[in-house]
Design a protein around this ligand. Structure first.
Ligand code: 13P
Length: 242
């Protein structure tokens, strides 16, 4: 039997946003308060975390990466403890843009997951196949391997898994809801007690079918999380269906 988990909506601002965007964060925080049945989080640039926390005490604030060590000679990096101290309570790890831009592999991501959990942060671990793997029918194998290697046994309510097919990020293509449902089933069979999100070109228009038929607990949203109206519309459709 599958236990119903609370829906979770996470926005990922990537390398966007500055102090002028605090009103967007505040509007999302207010919407989150009006929808108490859904957990809402925003993963912000590190420079905005403490101001966002002060402006919206009810909103979960996350970082977008952390180092595997608690401190040290690592110029330009940020530790899980630093994120926590700034006001984050969760962190995205293993995003495909980190894997691509910073050559992060599963072993490093597993070390980051351990560091984040040790610092008391919840983790949203991102997994997903490339266009090439998708075309070759290797999606399930790739995702299973990423999960096993980058989680290294971590599971339970402090972990969420975001299935983000690389080919669906930043464009306008998404998998069919049935394809998402299949991957969600695979993730559920591989890791126990975690919430499963779908990410990649989620909009208010395609969100309803993905949420209703995708077998998921929520979304990881990029571009549409920078638009308070669009993000609220996604939140509303999750609330209605819950
Ligand atoms: O990478 C993503 C979220 O982490 C998805 O980004 P988009 O929603 O902009 O496609």
């Amino acid at each position: 039997m599958t236990m119903a988990l609370r829906p979770l909506l996470v926005g990922n601002w990537k390398m966007h946003g500055d102090g002028r965007n605090l009103p967007i964060i505040a509007a999302i925080g207010e919407a989150a308060q009006r929808h108490p049945g859904v957990d809402v989080a925003l993963c912000l640039p590190a420079t905005l975390i403490d101001r966002a926390r002060d402006a919206c005490p009810g909103l979960t604030i996350g970082g977008q990466d952390c180092h595997a060590e608690p401190s040290g000679a690592h110029t330009g990096d940020i530790s899980a403890l630093m994120l926590r101290e700034a006001g984050a309570s969760l962190v995205l790890l293993g995003h495909s843009e980190r894997r691509r831009d910073h050559h992060e592999g599963d072993a490093l991501i597993a070390a980051k997951v351990r560091a984040a959990r040790a610092a008391g942060l919840d983790v949203v671990l991102c997994v997903g196949e490339t266009a090439e793997d998708h075309a070759a029918g290797r999606s399930a194998d790739v995702v299973r391997e990423q999960l096993t290697r980058s989680l290294a046994g971590a599971n339970g309510p402090g972990i969420a898994i975001a299935y983000e097919p690389v080919w669906a990020i930043g464009g306008d293509r998404t998998p069919e809801p049935t394809e998402v449902e299949m991957m969600a089933g695979l993730i559920r069979d591989t890791v126990s007690g975690v919430r499963i999100l779908y990410g990649g070109s989620v909009t208010p228009d395609n969100g309803a079918a993905l949420f209703e038929q995708g077998g998921i607990d929520g979304f990881l949203v990029g571009r549409q999380s920078l638009d308070a109206g669009a993000f609220k519309a996604i939140l509303t459709l999750m609330f209605r269906q819950h």
